[in-house]
Design a protein around this ligand. Structure first.
Ligand SMILES: *[C@@H]1O[C@H](CO)[C@@H](O)[C@H](O)[C@H]1NC(C)=O
Ligand SMILES: *[C@@H]1O[C@H](CO)[C@@H](O)[C@H](O)[C@H]1NC(C)=O
Ligand SMILES: *[C@@H]1O[C@H](CO)[C@@H](O)[C@H](O)[C@H]1NC(C)=O
Ligand SMILES: *[C@@H]1O[C@H](CO)[C@@H](O)[C@H](O)[C@H]1NC(C)=O
Ligand SMILES: *[C@@H]1O[C@H](CO)[C@@H](O)[C@H](O)[C@H]1NC(C)=O
Length: 716
């Protein structure tokens, strides 16, 4: 018997001794009877021994990780709610707070990094770890930051040529200020420049020039009243910055107003991505010289050269430009302003820089920024940002600047090889289930089906962390150019420069197969179309979403569904109108309409504002992801026995699978972000689960109950 189980058990599961497994009395009696038979008749027959196990049902997992998970389930679910009528309340009824479980997990991962960064330890002198720890401490030393006040920032402004509204002003060359901002402060007021893959040679890096990122949404198409309010809030913010820097209030007001005018004009030049794509103008190749002729206000060669050293640029350097019209209009605007309002343009750049540096400034600057963000979110109907504690900001900054070091520390602490292999095993099961599933889709024609299966087969997967994070030598990277000291702002800026240099360096080195877009302790999985690779960071594969010692139902229900959903992103295109001309379009549209109606049938709690027309693709992925994960889990059950479950919840393994799927979505139901392309959590639970016949079967739901409707849809 022992061997029978141990084949099933991986070492880290740490399952309880068999003796502690409770058997229900009836099963006990049966077991006694069977045992007597066994001794009397078929001593040693393994077939009957197996039956005995079977009759005891799945064993509860009593390890600390399982107990911890059970406590979370008990804390979030409402056991009085009827699963067949309202599974969302059953699983999430007591979940409080506006954070999604992903956000909560992301915070827990950061908390873990915090514990690492705050643990007393001794690191090799001048090593990467030592610098990361010192930086974190400097960030946490708010006493020193407050004591320094605006002093370090004034020094920065002096280096840029001063500011008309506070102190002396030297009329510096516009090109020189811009070059300094881009190369020394990584701040891009009028356009954004970065290295990215070449559009047709995916692994050759090329400089890309795109629209800038703005502090505020100053789109004039929005309602006039809201626009005016946004302008007013932004003006208040800029005035505060000016006053904090000791500016004369009336002068500050004048410069702040003009800065807003410039931003608002730049906004008018922006053209939406879709429009540029439709016109084939999203990737235009030009040389530096050509760009210089089209947008002459900027000294492109010297600004780009300073930003991307040690690359060596020439006038014939090719660039990828994402919005050429914008750059032309922007250049023209600059020239107009340079003639008359040179000092206003300087102010505009400094206002922007101060905003961008606010994480490294004292509490007054940070508070001004926080208030602006809160107001903007109110005005644009977005839920407020949760207040962040200082340690979390410091963990985030340290993570940005010392990513290789923190990645290695996180993986060593939270992502053992056994977790990696369990996650890989789960992914393989999901991928196989998807390939099987593709065979059964009635709307897909044979050729598309074959192509789709090939796409899945050829897909690369990255789980945990990039290979380099696992190489100790690289993770100890020494950051020789990082100078920590004098003030936190100076340390911060030194890190900014070091990071920029490392980013350029890494692009000049032989190209890795795929450059990760998320930090390893992050929680967002993604699919990269260009590299045809799907990525699941170590931060996602953590309790309560995943653990090699959890009952398998938990892992399949939570991370298994997430993995399947990510795989379905490969096929988004086919669900769009005209996306699959060879498919049976009528059957496909029928399935899509069916799913839309299915979702529309659920009553939403009063006060939920939400527009279902944006969420169709994600609804399809939710529903399909659950179906595929369930199929993978059921296939596993056919081949292997020995499921465990969580103690004292009274859930069978299949019920646990569904509960685990829902648990990932738990959140207060009425805090929907209007820009979210996902349905509100309640729909993400009820929609897919009620569309799954096995759910109704395993929860014994009567026909016609909310979770057991008379008809269902099959898209995936
Ligand atoms: C739990 O569900 C029951 C039945 O739906 C309901 O009456 C009760 O208010 C719920 N409790 C909480 C804490 O939401
Ligand atoms: C302005 O410059 C003069 C001469 O360089 C200097 O004496 C003065 O302190 C400066 N004022 C401010 C506010 O920096
Ligand atoms: C910046 O440099 C470019 C290229 O040399 C030049 O055409 C432009 O006039 C300069 N701008 C200013 C304000 O000096
Ligand atoms: C941008 O420039 C073009 C050509 O110079 C002009 O036709 C267009 O009106 C400008 N766009 C805006 C929004 O001013
Ligand atoms: C939902 O969004 C669509 C497309 O953006 C829009 O046409 C429709 O009017 C919106 N519906 C509601 C109820 O706001």
């Amino acid at each position: 018997m022992g061997t029978l189980w141990s084949q099933e058990r991986s070492p880290e599961e740490g399952l309880p001794a068999r003796r502690s497994r409770p058997c229900p009395p009836r099963a006990l009696a049966r077991r006694g009877l069977m045992a007597a038979l066994l001794f009397g008749l078929l001593l040693g027959s393994s077939v009957l021994l197996f039956y005995i196990f079977w009759s005891c049902g799945p064993r509860p997992c009593e390890t600390p990780v399982c107990r911890d998970l059970q406590a979370r389930y008990l804390a979030s679910g409402n056991t009085s709610a009827a699963p067949c009528d309202d599974f969302f309340s059953f699983a999430c009824g007591k979940a409080a707070g506006t954070s999604t479980s992903f956000q909560t997990l992301a915070e827990e991962n950061k908390e873990r990094l915090r514990r690492i960064l705050e643990a007393p330890g001794s690191w090799p002198l001048r090593s990467g770890q030592e610098k990361a720890f010192q930086f974190y401490q400097a960030c946490m030393d708010t006493g020193a930051i407050e004591a320094a006040g605006a002093g370090p920032l004034r020094q920065v402004i002096e280096e840029l040529g001063g500011w008309r509204i506070s102190g002396n002003w030297t009329s510096l060359d516009f090109n020189r200020t811009l070059r300094l901002l881009m190369s020394q402060y990584h701040y891009f007021p009028f356009f954004r420049a970065y290295l990215g893959p070449h559009p047709s040679l995916p692994h050759a890096p090329v400089i890309q020039i795109d629209q800038p990122e703005f502090d505020i949404p100053l789109k004039q198409e929005q309602e006039q009243k809201i626009y005016a309010q946004i302008v007013r809030e932004y003006l208040t913010y800029l005035n505060r910055l000016g006053t904090l820097l000791g500016g004369d209030p009336s002068k500050v007001q004048e410069h702040a107003s003009l800065s807003i005018t410039i931003t608002s004009k730049l906004f008018q030049f922006l053209r939406p991505l879709e429009q540029r794509r439709a016109q084939g103008k999203l990737f235009q190749m030009v040389t530096v010289d050509q760009l210089q002729a089209m947008a002459p206000a900027i000294d492109w060669l010297s600004c780009l050269q300073a930003t991307f050293t040690p690359m060596s640029l020439s006038p014939s350097q090719p660039l990828v430009v994402h919005d050429l019209e914008y750059l032309k209009n922007m250049s023209q605007l600059m020239e107009e302003h340079l003639l008359e309002h040179r000092d206003f343009l300087q102010s505009h750049m400094i206002f922007g820089l101060v905003g961008a540096l606010s994480p490294a400034l004292d509490s007054k600057f940070q508070e001004a920024r926080r208030m602006l963000n809160q107001k903007l979110r109110e005005l644009t109907d977005r839920p407020p940002m949760p207040a962040h504690q200082r340690w979390m900001e410091c963990v985030e900054e340290t993570g940005t600047f010392f990513e290789p070091t923190l990645a290695a520390l996180f993986v060593r602490e939270a992502f053992r090889p056994s977790t990696q292999s369990a996650a890989m095993e789960l992914f393989t099961a999901i991928k196989d289930a998807l390939i099987t599933r593709l065979q059964r889709l009635p709307w897909m024609d044979e050729e598309t089906r074959k192509e789709a299966q090939d796409r899945v087969t050829q897909l690369q997967v990255k789980i945990g962390a990039p290979e380099w994070a696992l190489e100790p030598a690289l993770a100890r990277e020494e950051y020789n150019d990082v100078q920590l000291g004098s003030s936190y702002l100076q340390s911060f800026l030194s890190c900014v420069r070091s990071l920029q240099a490392r980013t350029v360096q890494s692009f000049l080195q032989p190209v890795p197969y795929h450059r990760w877009k998320v930090v390893p302790w992050g929680v967002n999985a993604y699919y990269s179309i260009s590299d045809h690779v799907v990525v699941f960071p170590a931060g996602l594969l953590q309790p309560p979403f995943f653990h090699p010692g959890y009952p398998r139902a938990v892992n399949y229900g939570a991370v298994g569904s997430i993995m399947a959903r990510e795989l379905l992103h490969i096929f988004y295109q086919q669900l769009l109108p005209g996306g699959c001309p060879a498919c049976d379009t009528r059957a496909l549209q029928g399935a899509q309409l069916c799913l839309e109606d299915h979702y529309a049938a659920f009553p939403l709690p009063s006060g939920t504002t939400f527009n279902g027309s944006h969420t169709f693709l994600e609804n399809a992925a939710d529903t399909g992801g659950l179906t595929i994960a369930l199929q993978a889990y059921s296939q596993r059950l056919v081949r292997h026995h020995g499921e465990t479950t969580l103690p004292d919840l009274g859930l069978s393994p299949h019920q646990l699978f569904f509960r685990s799927y829902a648990q990932v979505m738990c959140r207060e139901p009425d805090t929907q972000d209007s820009q979210d392309t996902h349905s509100p959590p309640i729909l993400r639970v009820l929609g897919p689960l009620s569309n799954t016949p096995a759910f109704a079967r395993h929860f014994h739901c009567p026909h016609g109950a909310l979770m057991n409707p008379f008809s269902r849809c099959q898209l995936w």
